[in-house]
Design a binder for this molecule. Structure first.
Ligand SMILES: Nc1ncnc2c1ncn2[C@@H]1O[C@H](COP(=O)(O)OP(=O)(O)OP(=O)(O)O)[C@@H](O)[C@H]1O
Length: 617
């Protein structure tokens, strides 16, 4: 399997390329900087080995000074020189390795973030809502950082931790193999004890994660529900589950710690430098007094012996970092492997704005059809309302028009062109959408409104803001239209929706998908939103997802969706006369929420009466 020498871009190592199994995600992601990382690893190994040399030199000097015929001072200079040179080499190679790994990692992060951004930009819009945005945030921010820790730090730490002890042990074996084996004993004991402490760790870690999860969900529930519980005089009840979850966690954790305390403490203790020194001193003293070795030969053991077992204590956290890096690489790779919106081989421009859906089916999971055989026409300049029970597929059907998703079967055409053949920029010039869940950018009010037409003049921005009934609110903000949103200044849900209406007005797309707001119970805000929507409806082809039937009574066509297919369509009066599903829905909503517009004409409720009528007011 080859790396991609051209750096970022389509990865030939991606799953599905060729018949070979793909490389592990970590290796595949690191491929563009593999050469530099390998060089950094090599330099770090040299640095670690060179770092041991001064200790060896010192022990050789001790040997010369205490030997049978002590050397004169001049004979020691080569050793001193070698020690100094090795120290300098260790410093230079270590610094170069760190710098190289950081530069390589920096390039990798940049390339990876660019690649992610490019890929995310080509994902179906529907992939980026709800769950999708959390996944993207995790990949771009947390996972790329986890990879930085791995490539820029952990990798070199591990090389140093594993290389230096090998050289130290090798040298000690040449001095006295018996005492060298004694130096290995703490390491062996440490490994055994550590394994014992870690036995069953996978299950315990799973329980640890689950217990933490229970605490955080209880905490969220506690924070979200405290007001409700308190208002019913049951403040104590609110924190019972939270306290229960934290007590459960404390019990589990103390049980785990108790069960592993002895072995984990012993593992740390046996490899502690003081313990190793003590062991080597005692055994070494016995060997020296029995003339099995000289005192000078004991010196390197006292200098290098503790280094043989020392990595044991430091490797554990590095292993965790490697696991975290691997998990991050798997997530990043999965995101990069998510299929993008396919580019059309026969790009076509729409002629006109007639929308036609024919035999449309759609499935999120490839198994269950959420939409089945839908035929629908949206004639230019008309308002079509989608109604139906919750979960019947209204939002899904509407989301096909701005290509949040592509149909599984059938086709959606705009002006005679299949949506899949219309270049994205052309499609979004023609199809706009106003969703309930408005996302505002961390930018000025003007830039937020100008999103679809960055070259619009201030007068145009203001005209649309007035039509969307948000101008007065904007003027009340500290810097008016220049106010930055998202920081100190935030807008209410209703205000944000009016701002997004102004945005859609300015973008001036002839076809508009509108998810009617339900969340703003305040009649004044609701009336303002409806006024804004009325301005938006004028002269456009509108597809409205209607949650309250009172707002769409005079739509040109009302389409009833049930269980993913169209069961009725027609005008309000026709559907009432048909005494079918719509008539029953209408009756159910009227009895559940009497329409104020029916009772008191001219009130705010009346303003919310009807998008279509509003457009002609
Ligand atoms: N992103 C998604 N992934 C998987 N299934 C989904 C997704 N979005 C919606 N669904 C499912 O598709 C079906 C239709 O949902 P949809 O949101 O289109 O209905 P709706 O009529 O708009 O409902 P509501 O009026 O409650 O908003 C439901 O069964 C829903 O659970």
């Amino acid at each position: 399997m080859t790396s991609n020498p051209s750096g970022p871009g389509p990865d030939p190592a991606a799953p599905g390329a060729g018949t070979q199994a793909p490389p592990p995600p970590l290796r595949a992601l690191a491929a563009p900087v593999r050469g530099r990382l390998a060089l950094a690893v090599g330099l770090q190994a040299v640095a670690a080995l060179a770092g041991v040399v001064p200790f060896i030199a010192v022990s050789r000097i001790a040997d010369r000074l205490t030997g049978g015929s002590p050397a004169d001072g001049d004979a020691l200079w080569p050793l001193v020189t070698a020690a100094c040179a090795a120290g300098l080499l260790a410093l230079a190679c270590g610094t170069a390795a760190g710098a190289l790994a950081h530069v390589a990692d920096n390039d990798l992060q940049l390339a990876l973030r660019r690649r992610l951004a490019r890929h995310i930009g080509r994902l179906p819009l529907g992939r980026l809502t709800d769950r999708g945005t959390g996944e993207v945030k995790q990949a771009v921010r947390d996972d790329v950082s986890a990879l930085h820790t791995l490539f820029a730090h952990t990798l070199l730490d591990l090389v140093a931790l594993l290389t230096a002890p090998v050289l130290a042990l090798g040298y000690l074996l040449t001095v006295d193999w018996r005492l060298a084996l004694v130096a290995v004993l703490p390491l062996a004991a440490g490994v055994l004890l550590f394994r014992r402490a870690m036995s069953g760790a996978a299950a315990q870690m799973a329980e640890f994660g689950a217990a933490l999860g229970r605490i955080s969900s209880a905490a969220v529930e506690f924070a979200a529900g405290i007001a409700v519980f308190k208002s019913f005089g049951r403040g104590r009840k609110a924190h019972e589950r939270f306290v229960g979850a934290t007590e459960g966690f404390a019990d589990f954790f103390s049980g785990w710690v108790r069960a592993t305390l002895v072995s984990s403490t012993a593992a740390v203790l046996v490899v502690a430098p003081a313990v190793v020194l003590l062991l080597l001193t005692v055994v070494g003293a016995v060997l020296v007094t029995h003339d099995h070795m000289t005192g000078a030969e004991l010196v390197p053991f006292l200098l290098l012996g503790p280094a043989v077992a020392a990595p044991m204590g430091a490797v554990g956290p590095r292993v965790q970092q490697i696991r975290a890096g691997q998990a991050a690489a798997v997530r990043v790779t999965a995101l990069l492997d998510t299929p993008t919106v396919p580019e059309s081989t026969t790009p076509t421009l729409p002629e006109g704005h007639h929308v036609s859906m024919r035999g449309v089916s759609f499935s999120y999971d490839g198994r269950t059809d959420v939409l089945r055989g839908v035929d629908l026409d949206l004639t230019p300049g008309t308002v079509t309302a989608l109604v139906g029970p919750s979960g019947s597929g209204k939002s899904t059907l509407a989301s096909l028009l701005p290509r949040f998703h592509d149909v599984t079967k059938g086709s959606v055409t705009l002006g005679g062109a299949d949506l899949r053949d219309i270049p994205a920029t052309e499609l979004y010039r023609r199809v706009g959408f106003v969703l309930q869940d408005v996302r505002l950018l961390r930018a000025s009010v003007t830039d937020n409104i100008r999103l679809g037409r960055p070259d619009a003049t201030h007068e145009e921005v203001e005209r649309c803001a007035r039509a969307a009934r948000i101008h007065d609110r904007v003027m009340a903000l500290p810097d008016g239209y220049a106010t930055e949103l998202g920081g100190a200044v935030t807008l209410s849900g209703g205000e944000a929706q009016r701002l997004s209406i102004a945005r859609a007005l300015l973008a001036d797309a002839p076809v508009l998908v509108l998810d009617e707001a339900t969340a703003y119970a305040d009649p004044h805000s609701e009336a303002l939103i409806q006024d804004g929507l009325s301005a938006l409806a004028a002269g456009r082809t509108l597809l409205v997802i209607a949650h309250r039937l009172s707002t769409i009574r005079s739509a040109d066509r009302i389409v009833v969706l049930e269980d993913g297919h169209v069961t009725e369509q027609g005008r309000h009066d026709e559907l009432l006369a048909a005494q079918g599903r719509y008539a029953r829905l209408w009756e159910a909503q009227r009895s559940a929420r009497p329409d104020p517009a029916d009772a008191v004409p001219g009130t705010a409720g009346h303003a919310a009466d009807d998008i279509r009528e509003g457009s002609t007011r």
